[in-house]
Design a protein around this ligand. Structure first.
Ligand code: GLN
Length: 198
C-alpha cells in the first residue's frame, strides 16, 4: 500500500515517522503526479486555511476532492480534520475544505478555554488502553451525520470520527510515540478499503 502525506504545510515529518513505525513506506505529496501514485493519504496538522490555499496553488485541490469522492482512504489530524469536514464553524472568511466527511467542526474550539493541552482518553478500537491525545488549537466536532462513527470524545465533544474511508482526529498522534491511531488508519480503514477495490 502506498501512503502519501500531503506536504504543503504542517507537521509532515512527524506523520512520516509515525507511518514508518507502522511498517509502511510513506511519500510526500505536493503535486498531481505524486498524488496519482498513492493509494491513501494523510492530511497533517498545521493551518487548515493555508493548506487549502496551497492545494489550489499547487493545482491539486480538485484532484483531492475527486479522490475522496471515489473512496480514497484519508486520515486527517487537527487541521486535517477541518479539511475533511463538510461544514466549518468559526471558519476564516472564504475558507474552503475538501469535505467528504459529514461532520460540522468548530475551529479552535478548545482554544477558547485552553490553547493546548494533553489528555489520556479512550479510543474505540477494541483496546481498553488509553491513548495520549495532544490538542493544539484543536477543533471539536459539533455535529455528526448519519453513518459517522464517534471513536473518541472529550467532555462529550467528539474528537475522533470515521465514516467509511475517511478518518479524522482533533488531536495529534504524530507528536507522540504511540502509533495506535496511525495503525488503526492503515489496518482498519485503508487496508480493508483497498482490498475491496482489488
Ligand atoms: N487551528 C488550526 C486550523 O484551524 C489547526 C491547529 C492544528 O492543526 N494544530 O487549521
Amino acid at each position: 500500500m502506498k501512503v502519501g502525506v500531503l506536504a504543503l504545510q504542517g507537521d509532515v515529518r512527524e506523520h512520516i515517522s509515525s507511518l514508518i513505525a507502522c511498517g509502511v513506506d510513506p511519500s510526500t505529496v505536493r503535486r498531481a503526479s505524486e498524488l496519482d501514485q498513492v493509494d491513501a493519504l494523510v492530511l497533517p496538522g498545521g493551518e487548515s486555511t493555508t493548506i487549502a490555499q496551497l492545494a489550489e496553488v499547487f493545482g491539486i485541490y480538485s484532484q483531492i476532492k475527486n479522490r475522496i469522492a471515489v473512496g480514497m482512504p484519508i486520515y486527517g489530524s487537527c487541521a486535517g480534520m477541518i479539511l475533511l469536514a463538510d461544514e466549518i464553524l468559526d471558519a476564516k472568511q472564504g475558507q474552503k475544505s475538501f469535505g467528504g466527511l459529514d461532520i460540522t467542526v468548530r475551529r479552535n474550539a478548545f482554544g477558547r478555554q485552553v490553547d493546548s493541552f494533553e489528555s489520556d482518553i479512550p479510543f474505540a478500537d477494541g483496546s481498553s488502553d488509553l491513548i495520549r491525545a495532544v490538542f493544539i488549537r484543536a477543533p471539536w466536532v459539533e455535529r455528526v451525520g448519519e453513518g459517522v462513527e464517534v471513536l473518541a470524545t472529550v467532555d462529550t465533544h467528539p474528537v475522533a470520527v470515521r465514516s467509511r474511508t475517511l478518518f479524522a482526529t482533533s488531536f495529534h498522534p504524530e507528536l507522540t510515540a504511540d502509533h495506535r491511531i496511525h495503525r488503526y488508519f492503515i489496518e482498519e480503514v485503508a487496508r480493508p478499503a483497498l482490498e475491496k477495490v482489488k
